[in-house]
Design a protein around this ligand. Structure first.
Ligand code: GLU
Length: 314
């Protein structure tokens, strides 16, 4: 392994991905597939897919990259982008931009901080984003799906209704978070409508290639490189990437920045997506999770990727 490798355009990504797959596979059995969402609890821990999309339009893959999985919290980034586009800096009156240092579904901090979530990437923050969208547009579920299809270039991306139904039955913590924020007057729409939008976007199902593609606008200063379509300003893309770096992996965000050095977002379905602005996006899926709810092999794979390529934001 060459730890000092300099980023070049003739990087042998295929070889690097093969090495990564081999090196992370012993981790597949060491984590635990998410159990609190029953519809996801039987996904095989041995699944692994990794896809790299470069701004030049190249795609490199290894493993189960054609298989769809539940992106869960990764979807919070699409909802955040839409809300940021609509309400701009006013958003920060209702949600903060600091790491939480707490589990993604924690109630404790929210009580202390009077219903203002630490950031838009923890569950409470994303519920506020869902509420903002409900106040802005008639059908946020439709708009979020449209957004994902547009940014990924795949018009066939769907909601997984079994996963959504599963979360509606078991998502008591999310219900508690939404009701608590309602009591602090930081949710304006009916709680059930807010939860419905939130559970839907968490239930988007897509494969690693689509996932990497759908984050290319954040690797390309707010513009979809494939279509040249403007999504958000350069400055706002920078702000979203800053939130991904500081808050994207919950209370493991510091460790992820330390080990990987890229803005990224994880989900309890085992997906993680990260971007290197100006260069590429990379998505990985491995369902077995560590104690913070992030994919064990996924983090290791991304750490190996930035180490082997010498590419990171630092
Ligand atoms: N839908 C999941 C929940 O609300 C998302 C959690 C995650 O992916 O981190 O609990």
């Amino acid at each position: 392994m060459n730890e000092n490798k300099i980023a070049t355009d003739d990087m042998n990504y295929d070889k690097i991905l093969r090495e990564i797959y081999k090196e992370v596979s012993p981790l597949f059995n060491q984590g635990k597939v998410v159990q609190y969402i029953p519809a996801l609890s039987a996904v095989p821990a041995s699944k692994f897919g990794m896809a790299v999309c470069t701004l030049d339009g190249d795609v490199y893959t290894i493993g189960d990259t054609d298989e769809r999985f539940s992106i869960q919290s990764i979807s919070k980034v699409y909802a955040l982008t839409l809300a940021f586009k609509m309400v701009g800096e006013d958003m920060w009156k209702r949600v903060g931009k600091e790491p939480s240092g707490n589990p993604f579904n924690s109630l404790v901090q929210l009580e202390y901080e009077r219903g203002i979530p630490r950031n838009p990437l923890i569950n409470a923050g994303s519920l506020v984003i869902a509420d903002i969208l409900l106040s802005q547009i008639p059908d946020p579920k439709h708009e979020i799906l449209k957004f994902v299809r547009k940014t990924s270039g795949n018009s066939d991306i769907q909601y997984d209704n079994a996963v959504i139904a599963s979360e509606k039955i078991t998502g008591h913590r999310n219900m508690a978070l939404a009701h608590m924020m309602c009591s602090f007057r930081n949710i304006y729409n009916p709680v059930d409508d807010v939860l419905d939008v939130y559970f839907h976007h968490c239930g988007i199902s897509m494969n690693s290639i689509d996932l990497a593609r759908s984050f290319m606008y954040l690797a390309n200063h707010g513009v979809i490189p494939q279509s040249n379509e403007y999504i958000i300003s350069n400055s706002r893309a920078k702000r979203i990437n800053a939130l991904l770096l500081t808050c994207g992996l919950y209370d493991e965000s510091g460790d992820f920045a330390f080990r990987v050095g890229l803005p990224g977002k994880s989900g309890v379905g085992g997906g993680i997506v990260a971007v290197l602005p100006g260069k590429l996006s990379v998505a990985v899926w491995s369902p077995a999770l560590g104690p913070s709810g992030n994919s064990l092999a996924g983090i290791q794979a991304l750490e190996l990727f930035t180490t082997k390529t010498g590419m990171s934001v630092f």
